[in-house]
Write a protein that binds this ligand. Structure first.
Ligand code: GP9
Ligand code: MN
Length: 687
């Protein structure tokens, strides 16, 4: 009893006691707000443990600053710091409610103008309970004012304050290493700010974001208009003529990009236990009105999906480390597909995805790309059993997307991002309709199963396309974003491919993913041209009859006879129809033989290809890191203003459903929905 009493005396009478009270309340409050105001999705004991403890190190470090001061000042400084931390928390609660993401310095910087919808919306969405963010500050002030807590004016020994700061820093280090263990690449790959907060805490997130902002603005400040000139010179010197045979073949048509998650080319035609894994995509691949590529490569780096999107929308490479969409998607200027199509041909532009809008910073990056609509998970019904891994199951996603697609004014440029075929390739029993493979490698064996599921979803969706008549005026572009089976599974990969061995060269070849242009009346073929994701936009633009002359794009029209067919990987590896470079070694593409002793001429050729590869990558990096497109002002292109777009569901759907969209499928269908034409066998949707 007396122990408790003396602890209490210590808490209320001594400075360190006061510090402990403030820190304790700050911790409780922050944790409570994590749980009630954010949607951090902490799963598993490690994530939950880190979420619980992560407010402590930063709180200790920052509140601890007050301990270095003397007398009353010390108390006031601790309270002011506590207040500032609470203000940061409070602002994030409001911002998160609207954007399911955390505030970043680049957002704060760009939201100064009054016309921004940020300020407008924030006032209207504040709840009384949000002020709980200040609860601890209020309690501490009350305790002081009512003299429950007495101010201890004795100075603290410098040693003690330093020790506390040191302790805080070591906790932080420990926290970080535990987090990195659970999620490797947490800080370098930057998938989602939710992850940083969940693992490290909201204040660490601020430091991280601040650090990145300083880094990027320093790089940006150095760049100038001359850098853009040199990029333009290079592109001009290396451009090729697009293929006139395909110019405008899809002019004015809807463009529907279907992003096939983790889908590799080898799946096309692949059979397991006598059963086709992807019968629907196989059919489309071989259809007479499909141009299919069989030497098309993904070129992503750490940014995976987001790198694929970056390349497809902009014909600019992702970055050497991290995700360009996460790091630069909010702040940079772009000349992206949706903006080009909207400005040149009046397209309506939209993205649909059954996953969180904050992932890969989509909810900011898409605004910079000029997407008018972005429908992430929050636009979809998410009942128990609908969701797996990173989002809604594909069949459910497509089913629920119909009501939005049919309302889009035509022509539209729409991207649909599937997600069920994603590592670790888990699928619930009732959706498993093909056996797992039996390589014994657990992360590989489910792959055919989720790919099969994705294929069925595509089948269901395509038959809706047909029944609704949308297939008549739509160019559907299918592409696989990146490998599903990573380079860490050589043995299992060899088994799947029925090969005796599997080396790094095989792994480069394994980076092939599908690219198919499918449209009624299109003269189809299987095209053997070597190309990659960087080339999709120039190819597409030519088919739409839009000239890309003068545009800052690093890819080439794949249908052009002169396309250089040098496919560059983000790590500097490359492949052409004749040669390949993989981690420093050269190979003949045709037979996979290593080029051990090239003669002088061949050596020069290989060096020149390597140089071209690195030049392209570094020029593309310069465009992103230096934000060079801010200097690019062609007369026809109006710079995209991210604040023109609002992805708030109520606002967006009101606009979408407004009756003057006379060009929508819905309107053309006598103002009736085509939903009933979508048939699915999804067990979750059985009546
Ligand atoms: C999540 C999804 C996954 O929304 O797009 O991205 P990935 O992990 O494949 O890069
Ligand atoms: Mn992906």
């Amino acid at each position: 009893m007396s122990r408790i009493k003396s602890l209490w005396q210590w808490l209320i009478h001594e400075k360190l006691g006061f510090f402990t009270i403030v820190l304790f309340l700050f911790w409780l409050k922050t944790y409570f707000i994590y749980l009630t105001k954010f949607n951090l999705g902490a799963v598993g004991s490690m994530q939950q443990f880190l979420l619980l403890l992560n407010p402590i190190p930063a709180g200790m470090l920052l509140l601890g600053i007050g301990l270095f001061f003397k007398g009353r000042k010390s108390y006031w400084i601790i309270i002011i710091i506590d207040f500032l931390l609470s203000l940061w928390l409070f602002s994030n609660i409001l911002y998160y409610r609207e954007f399911s993401n955390f505030l970043s310095f680049s957002i704060i910087k760009t939201s100064g103008s009054t016309s921004d919808n940020l300020g407008k919306s924030i006032a209207g969405i504040t709840l009384a309970s949000d002020f709980l963010a200040f609860a601890d500050v209020a309690i501490v002030i009350i305790l002081l004012a009512s003299r429950v807590i007495r101010i201890d004016i004795r100075p603290l020994k410098l040693k003690v304050s330093l020790l506390i700061e040191l302790l805080a820093l070591s906790f932080m280090g420990l926290n970080l290493s535990m987090a990195q263990k659970d999620r490797s690449g947490l800080l370098t790959r930057t998938f989602d700010n939710n992850y940083i907060v969940k693992y490290l805490g909201i204040n660490e997130y601020a430091v991280y974001d601040g650090f990145k902002t300083v880094q990027t603005s320093a790089q940006m400040a150095k760049a100038n208009v001359n850098d853009l000139d040199s990029v333009q010179k290079y592109l001009k010197a290396n451009k090729v003529k697009p293929n006139p045979e395909y110019t405008g073949v899809a002019k004015g048509k809807n463009v529907l990009i279907i992003h096939l998650e983790s889908f590799q080319q080898f799946l096309i035609g692949y059979k397991w236990k006598g059963k086709e894994v992807t019968p629907n995509l196989n059919k489309i691949y071989h259809a007479k009105d499909t141009i299919s590529f069989d030497n098309f490569f993904n070129q992503v780096g750490q940014g995976k999906t987001s790198d694929a999107e970056m390349m497809l929308e902009n014909s600019i490479y992702g970055l050497q480390s991290g995700s360009a969409m996460s790091s630069y998607g909010t702040s940079n200027t772009f000349e992206s597909a949706p903006a080009i199509l909207h400005q040149k041909e009046g397209y309506t532009t939209a993205v649909m995805h059954g996953g969180e809008g904050s992932f890969w910073n989509r909810n900011n990056a898409y605004k910079s790309f000029g997407y008018q609509y972005f429908m992430p998970l929050s636009y979809y019904d998410n009942k128990p059993g609908y969701y797996i891994g990173y989002g809604l199951k594909d069949k459910i996603f497509f089913d629920q997307s119909i009501k939005y697609i049919e309302r889009l004014p035509q022509p539209f440029y729409l991207k649909m991002i599937t997600v069920t075929n994603h590592y670790p390739y888990d699928l619930d029993k009732k959706n498993q309709t093909i056996d797992k493979t039996n390589t014994g490698d657990e992360t590989v064996d489910g792959y055919v199963q989720t790919a099969h599921y994705l294929d069925q979803a595509i089948g269901e969706f395509m038959s809706w396309m047909k029944k609704s008549g949308l297939d008549k005026n739509t160019l559907v572009v299918f592409y696989g974003d990146h490998y599903g089976i990573s380079g860490n599974h050589h043995k299992a990969s060899a088994e799947l491919l029925k090969k005796d061995s599997f080396n790094d060269f095989d792994n480069l070849n394994f980076q092939r993913v599908p690219l198919m242009f499918h449209m009624k009346g299109l003269k189809g073929k299987i095209d053997h041209t070597y190309g990659g994701e960087i080339d999709v936009l120039p190819t597409l633009l030519n088919m739409l009859g839009i000239s890309n002359k003068g545009m800052i794009q690093f890819g080439y029209d794949l249908l052009s006879k002169d396309t250089p067919q040098l496919v560059v990987q983000r790590n500097g590896d490359w492949i052409t129809p004749e040669y390949a470079k993989v981690s420093g070694d050269y190979y003949y593409t045709k037979n996979g033989e290593e080029i051990k002793h090239p003669d002088k001429k061949l050596k020069a050729k290989l060096m020149s290809l390597s140089n071209q590869a690195t030049t392209q990558l570094s020029l593309s990096d310069r465009v992103i890191n230096g934000n060079l497109l801010r200097f690019y002002k062609p007369s026809w292109f109006e710079k995209v203003k991210p604040k023109d777009y609002d992805y708030n569901k109520d606002v967006a759907l009101k606009k979408l459903y407004s009756s003057d969209n006379k060009t929508s499928l819905w309107y053309k269908n006598h103002k009736k929905s085509t939903q009933s034409k979508f048939k699915t066998d999804a067990p979750e949707l059985e009546k």
